[in-house]
Design a protein around this ligand. Structure first.
Ligand SMILES: [Zn+2]
Length: 484
């Protein structure tokens, strides 16, 4: 890898690049799936290649080459330079990257059991067992479709730059999902997933074992069946809502994670999630939430799906404040925009889906820091409200202000107790008003770094894996209703 990296960087420099970096990536994905008691999917894909970014004539160029085409290294470097020189024709200023990042180092995800070394039969048997535990709950009036999935990813990547950086990383991910689709003759359709759609972390097979898929399978099947005959969520213009940890994670992703991407703020990027209401004049000058709301962009949190050693510009992973005591204090940045806006060093959030995509500002782990409550105490402290559990649907405007979110299930809370299961619950709000009405956040014991493995951005689209540390939280004066 070192030879290829040095060769590419030398070529780029000799041919006039003022800066170049190269990522050599080898990515393996294994996907295993069971549906209704049968093995549905056993796939392993491997993808190898490199991507080169150059600055020439003050503008960016990017090109990539698969391993099969390595004889074309020369042409790939030329291609990146041609794109840079063509881009320079329309530039408004030269790209500046600030102080050099000549980092050298290695990083490896912390894992105990390498999932690629666990036997295929052990993995498939786990899925078949969980699937049969879901189907065991079938009743006469409910038809069930059940699926169980495991996903494992290994990414080995080497980063080198003409500034002298040389970094080797091995990122390992393990993910799992159970799903029950329950239908009845009246046309009712209900879904329950576990842990929350697909949950994923940068850990080994021990992560999957800790999720206790077999033990949780009958419960979610039972809940899906109960939801078919549950009462619809009542409509209130303003009530108290408690969001489960995973629903809070989704709320953070959509209403905080995307609007703090600095390229969206500057309208350089609007694909798939729009721009942002968190415009530059609001930095350090805007009450995003109540005083108990603290959010960080943290590429270092153990096990997070957005955890790594260095980003795809070779900048070390960092923990940066985003919202402090309710005040908006920071964006996710890259080297170019941090320099342009005098924001200091990049906080290390440039990520590419693979070798053949250019890095973009992407969420790392956007975390809502834990408060002091225990979930049981929080429910006991709530006279009248609704507990929303596990996201089912989501919609938000392209400034990330007005949103609406549906959960798989909800519980009515009366007099401090969960009293009634409710189906098709939806809550709606406006981002800062919603977060300013947050009056309680649960503590460390309820705090999980939830993984969102399918965040989309860019043209061509890139799917990236992000993490969100979150615990259940309470919000006042929230409008709720039921999906018709
Ligand atoms: Zn997203």
């Amino acid at each position: 890898m070192k030879d290829l990296s040095a060769r590419v960087l030398n070529m780029a420099q000799m041919r006039g690049a003022s800066y170049a970096d190269v990522r050599v990536v080898n990515r393996t994905i294994q996907m295993l799936g069971v549906k209704d008691g049968r093995v549905q999917e056993m796939i392993q894909n491997e993808s190898q290649g490199f991507g080169i970014r150059v600055i020439a004539d003050g503008a960016w160029g990017f090109a990539a080459c698969s391993r099969d085409d390595y004889p074309d290294v020369d042409a790939t470097v030329n291609h990146a330079l041609q794109i840079a020189r063509a881009s320079a024709l329309t530039k408004t200023r030269d790209v500046r990257l600030g102080a050099p990042e000549a980092n050298k180092g290695t990083f490896r995800s912390a894992y105990k059991m390498d999932p690629f070394m666990v036997s295929m039969s052990d993995k498939i048997n786990l899925l078949l067992k969980a699937d049969s535990e879901m189907r065991r709950m079938k009743t006469n009036h409910a038809h069930l479709v059940t699926t169980a999935e495991l996903v494992f990813v290994r990414e080995e990547k080497t980063f080198g730059s003409t500034e002298g950086a040389y970094i080797q990383q091995e990122i390992l991910e393990s993910g799992c999902e159970l799903q029950v689709l329950a239908t009845d003759e009246a046309g009712g359709v209900q879904v329950r997933t576990y842990p929350w759609g697909r949950h994923q972390q940068t850990r080994g097979f021990e992560f999957v074992l800790e999720q206790q898929l077999v033990e949780n399978a009958p419960r979610i099947a039972e809940e899906a069946i109960m939801l078919l005959t549950a009462d619809p969520c009542p409509a209130y213009d303003a009530t108290t809502v408690i969001l489960s940890g995973n629903q809070t994670a989704l709320q953070v992703h959509e209403s905080c994670g995307h609007p703090i991407e600095l390229d969206r703020v500057l309208k350089q990027e609007a694909s798939l999630a729009g721009t942002s209401f968190l415009t530059l004049e609001k930095l350090n000058n805007f009450q995003y939430g109540s005083e108990i709301v603290n959010l960080t962009a943290d590429g270092t949190v153990p096990g997070g799906l957005g955890t790594f050693g260095y980003d795809d510009e070779g900048v070390p992973a960092q923990r940066a404040d985003v919202v402090k005591d309710g005040r908006f204090v920071g964006y996710m940045t890259n080297r170019e925009l941090a320099t342009e806006l005098n924001l200091g060093r990049s906080n290390g959030t440039m990520r590419a889906e693979s070798w053949n995509r250019i890095p973009l500002i992407r969420m790392t782990n956007i975390n809502l820091l834990p408060g002091a409550w225990k979930l049981d105490d929080l429910i006991a402290d709530t006279d009248d409200g609704i507990y929303f559990d596990t996201n089912r649907s989501w919609s938000i405007d392209d400034k990330r202000l007005n949103f609406q979110s549906g959960a798989e299930l909800a519980w009515e809370i009366k007099g401090g107790k969960k009293t009634r299961l409710l189906k098709n619950p939806i809550y709606t709000g406006v981002t800062p008003t919603f977060w300013r009405n947050c009056d309680a956040i649960c503590g460390e014991s309820d705090w999980v770094v939830w993984g969102t493995p399918r965040c989309g951005k860019g043209q061509p689209p890139q799917t990236i894996r992000t993490g969100h540390g979150a615990s259940p939280a309470r919000f006042r004066n929230v409008k709720v209703f039921s999906k018709s």
